[in-house]
Design a protein around this ligand. Structure first.
Ligand SMILES: Nc1nc2c(ncn2[C@@H]2O[C@H](COP(=O)(O)OP(=O)(O)OP(=O)(O)O)[C@@H](O)[C@H]2O)c(=O)[nH]1
Ligand SMILES: [Mg+2]
Length: 206
């Protein structure tokens, strides 16, 4: 495609224009890497902080598109975990795997139609009891679930504390306590996601 500024063709123009070149390169690598390995999906009830966590994980390079055949918007971005760039999907809020609304149906389809490397169930620490039934549904559906107990800052302000180790033992899945809006717990979450990711050929000893 011809550049409207310098009239040169694609690659040579990118070398000349610094900022834009970087932006395009990122977009290109995003397109390639988005489709390369199974994504990580963020799921949970509305207003629990999925999108805040999505932004903390992915930064600014995201794509937003309507889920096929619907008007429901789904955001995709890349997260760097160790050596790997993995696609993260921010799903619409859902209460149950048995959908009632169009948003819930999209969230359910995103989890069950395409393979996912991990499902991060984001819950509000202040309302854990109300949110765990969806955790059980996700586990029963044999999905690779990790529980992200968000809004720990507010829970602490309410005088609530959480025994992460006990919850992990009871549920049998990894649990990470966090406050996404304060950037707390993000690194631990990435660390706990690692075992869910497919082993890269470069990581297998010759
Ligand atoms: N105090 C506090 N607020 C948070 C935290 N994470 C998210 N929030 C706030 O919670 C509200 C909802 O966050 P969103 O990320 O939009 O929630 P969501 O789960 O994406 O909601 P839906 O898209 O409607 O499903 C926002 O006002 C956030 O600022 C947190 O760790 N602590
Ligand atoms: Mg959201």
């Amino acid at each position: 495609m011809e550049c409207h500024k310098c009239k040169s063709q694609g690659q040579s123009c990118r070398k000349k224009s610094g900022g834009l070149a970087f932006f395009r390169k990122r977009q290109q690598s995003l397109d390639v890497e988005v489709s390369s390995s199974p994504p990580i999906a963020l799921v949970g009830m509305p207003n629990v902080g999925k999108s805040v966590l999505f932004n903390a994980l992915t930064g600014i390079y995201v794509t937003v598109s309507n889920y096929p055949g619907t008007t429901v918007e789904v955001s995709r971005g890349l997260v760097q975990i160790g050596e790997q760039s993995i696609t993260v999907i921010d799903t619409p809020g859902m209460y149950s795997l048995l959908p009632i609304s169009e948003e819930e149906k999209v969230a359910r389809d995103l989890l069950l139609i395409e393979p996912v490397a991990a499902v991060i169930h984001v819950v509000d620490a202040k309302n854990l009891g109300r949110m765990l039934p969806l955790t059980f549904q996700l586990i029963e559906a044999a999905l690779p679930v990790l529980l992200a107990v968000n809004m720990m800052d507010e829970a602490h302000n309410w005088g609530l504390d959480l025994r992460q180790d006990v919850l992990e033992m009871e549920l049998g899945i990894p649990v990470v306590c966090m406050a996404a809006a304060l950037n707390q717990g993000i690194d631990e979450l990435k660390h706990r996601i690692m075992p869910f990711l497919p082993v890269q050929p470069a990581m297998i000893p010759a």
